[in-house]
Write a protein that binds this ligand. Structure first.
Ligand code: ADP
Ligand code: MG
Length: 177
């Protein structure tokens, strides 16, 4: 079991069309947890630095202009094989080539305005998360506190307690216990 973190960006076309929630639902419904998130409006330098690997390509100037055209929602997703899972949920870069049921097939129209960004490797995930978030901004969900809450409110009995703990173990939250 490999629990990873990855960077996801909901891009200007999607934030402008009020579908942040619909896109986050795809991640949450597929076992990825939002552990950090904020709405930001990038300036030229911030967007160009983020996409430095594409500097010099014919679409670079347009890409920077587009990414600075409206606020974007940046988030850190955590879960089992999060990096690849996020890429699978996103679909191909060009929405017309993206598999049906993927975010880009369902919510994007063009190759440049394609709804979402996702880190493509372990190294890029690390660089990209650090580019937007400090370690303090990435939060955890301690199972122990939740369990105490359920107990105090008599929402849980002893047998359910075992199920609850197993659930958190299986989802990789065991290290916060
Ligand atoms: P991905 O976002 O799927 O990782 P890339 O890293 O290759 O794709 O490209 C970064 C972003 O640059 C794309 O998501 C898209 O917004 C834009 N882009 C890539 N290729 C093109 C292209 N041929 N024409 C216009 N924009 C492009
Ligand atoms: Mg990429």
């Amino acid at each position: 079991m490999t629990i990873q973190r990855t960077l996801s960006i909901i891009k200007p076309d999607a934030t402008s069309r009020n579908i942040i929630g619909k896109i986050i639902d795809r991640f949450e419904s597929n076992g990825l947890k939002v552990v950090a998130g904020k709405l930001i409006h990038m300036d030229q330098d911030k967007a160009a630095g983020f996409y430095a690997e594409h500097d010099g390509k014919p679409f670079f100037a347009n890409l920077v202009e587009y990414m600075t055209s409206a606020p974007v929602f940046v988030q850190v997703l955590e879960g089992e094989n999060a990096i690849l899972k996020n890429r699978d949920l996103m679909g191909a870069t060009n929405p017309s080539e993206a598999e049906s049921g993927t975010i880009r097939a369902d919510f994007a129209e063009t190759i440049d305005a394609n709804a979402v960004h996702g880190s493509d490797s372990f190294d890029s995930a690390k660089r990209e998360i650090d580019y937007f978030f400090s370690e303090k901004e990435i939060l955890t969900f301690p199972a122990k506190n939740l369990l105490t809450f359920f107990k105090n409110h008599q929402l849980i009995n002893i047998k359910l307690e075992e199920v609850f703990l197993n659930l958190f173990h299986n989802r990789g939250f065991y290290r916060h216990l």
